[in-house]
Write a protein that binds this ligand. Structure first.
Ligand code: PLP
Length: 466
């Protein structure tokens, strides 16, 4: 056998020698992360896309050298460039999207997953991860559906996939009858895409002038043709404003019309961890399927999505066979069958970092982080209300705050946002409502302080460029 050019150097992350091989590389990574953060010096690299691309071209070439440069050189240059050019959600001025700063403990747990590389398409590739996933999914599903017959959850890549699965399960439950989907205009765009992907009719979209789905309008819409299997999509934490639809009233309307309810709680579901805010999710347990993300509130590195159901039997429609992964005789002999737990085949155990986080912080610890960011959002709203130069869209429901320079037209708001991005000064999002365009701050940083919030507003007010 030819000897690889890397000679006898140890290459692998796993095995008994893996930790010894990894440790110096991890040190290199950590050092490069620190240098890259210092190079950037703020929430976003300055100079816009062209400047970032130029620096990456410098750092990344040669992209595929004939002769390798070795792990330390490659890690040092590319990790530093990645960090220099990152949008850093751990910086309090990076508060645009549902893009959370991950917990260190979750990132550390993810390293173990990368080293061991369990794959959740068959038990023989992930024995412990498989057992841990089953337990953790059930525990999380019980938080969502405490009175469910047999609560369970599937791990997904996020709300998009969870919504897709919710629609798919409803389509299968309709047993070939056309499925009618009714959603509010405030629903996430992935619902529409899922309907398209699954060959379903275009969803009926009800206007949501108040930002939430109106149960009376829903009742009227469902009154029209009867006897059609119907899936209603409600949202607990809209992406644009963080609004929560009136879940108990919507669930009542669904019951009245024998419609199935899917709640997209990708953003809002972690309010369940909070001793006080969980009340806002009253009615969540009445959904047949619930989408939740722990890579938003939940502080997990991407990806960490779930789809929870009150009764695991609802998941049987996803059963699927491939002899090499879940032969009937293997399953009968007691090897867990994993193929029906995802539409993916090879699948990383994203549950692991979640399980470690839940143990490390506890429900209360996570709940306190949720409480903190929601309180910070309310404080931000107070500060905006106290400044005549700024206009607040509405008091926050979760941790999203929309605001703008008082009376600013849409083009001015959009340009202001892009200037802050270009200077690397702040990352704020944008949200369009019937009242125009707003700057969006989605507060997800559990260390954020009143001074940070004031600083953010001063940046916006100080931007006087026309
Ligand atoms: C973020 C979000 C989604 C999409 O989730 P991904 O994790 O990005 O796939 C869906 N619905 C809502 C309400 C969201 O906030």
């Amino acid at each position: 056998m030819p000897v690889p050019a890397s000679g006898t150097a140890r290459l692998l992350a796993g095995g008994q020698s893996g930790p010894g091989v990894l440790r110096p590389m991890v040190d290199t990574v950590l050092e490069a992360l620190a240098h890259g953060a210092a190079d950037r010096g703020g929430p976003l690299p300055a100079g816009g896309p062209a400047a970032v691309a130029r620096r990456i071209r410098g750092a990344a070439r040669p992209l595929i050298p004939d002769e390798g440069e070795g792990p330390h050189h490659a890690l040092r240059s590319l990790v530093r460039a990645l960090a220099h050019g990152a949008a850093e959600p751990a910086d309090p001025r990076c508060t645009a999207h549902l893009h959370c700063p991950p917990l260190a403990v979750a990132a550390a747990a993810d390293l173990a997953v990368s080293a061991l590389n369990p794959s959740l398409d068959s038990w023989d590739q992930a024995p412990a991860a498989c057992a841990l996933e089953a337990l953790t999914c059930r525990a999380l599903a019980e938080l969502v559906h405490p009175h469910g017959a047999d609560p369970d959850a599937l791990v997904t890549t996020g709300g998009t996939e969870s919504n897709q699965l919710g629609l798919l399960l409803a389509r299968e439950a309709a047993q070939g009858a056309p499925l009618r989907i009714v959603r509010g205009a405030n629903a996430h765009h992935s619902v529409q895409r899922a309907a398209w992907l699954l060959g379903l009719d275009e969803p009926l979209t009800l206007p949501t002038p108040g930002g939430v789905l109106d149960p009376v309008a829903l009742h009227t819409a469902l009154d029209r043709p009867s006897g059609v299997p119907t899936l209603v999509i409600a949202t607990a934490g809209t992406t644009d404003t963080g609004a929560i639809d009136p879940l108990p009233d919507i669930a009542d309307v669904c019951d009245h019309h024998a419609a199935t309810l899917h709640i997209d709680a990708a953003y809002g579901a972690p309010l369940l961890f909070s001793d006080t805010l969980h009340k806002r999710l009253h009615g969540l347990d009445r959904a047949r399927t619930v989408a939740l993300d722990l890579h938003k509130l939940g502080w997990q590195p991407v990806a960490a999505g779930l789809l929870a159901v009150p009764d695991g039997a609802a998941l049987e429609a996803l059963a699927h066979h491939a002899d090499y992964l879940n032969a009937d005789d293997d399953t009968e002999a007691g090897l867990p069958d994993l193929l029906g737990r995802s539409l993916r085949t090879t699948r990383r155990p994203d549950i692991f970092k979640i399980a470690v986080t839940l143990r490390a912080l506890g429900r209360r610890g996570l709940g306190e982080l949720v409480d903190h960011v929601c309180a910070a959002a309310r404080h931000l709203a107070d500060l905006i209300e106290a400044r005549p130069g700024l206009e607040l869209y509405a008091r926050p429901t979760i941790s999203t705050v929309l605001f703008r320079p008082t009376g600013a037209p849409p083009a001015a708001v959009a340009a202001l946002r892009r200037r802050l991005l270009h200077h690397g000064a702040a990352v704020l999002g944008r949200a369009a409502t019937p009242e125009g365009l707003w700057l969006k701050a989605t507060v997800l940083n559990p260390h954020i302080q009143p001074d940070d919030l004031r600083g953010l507003l001063e940046l916006v007010e100080g931007d006087t460029t026309p």
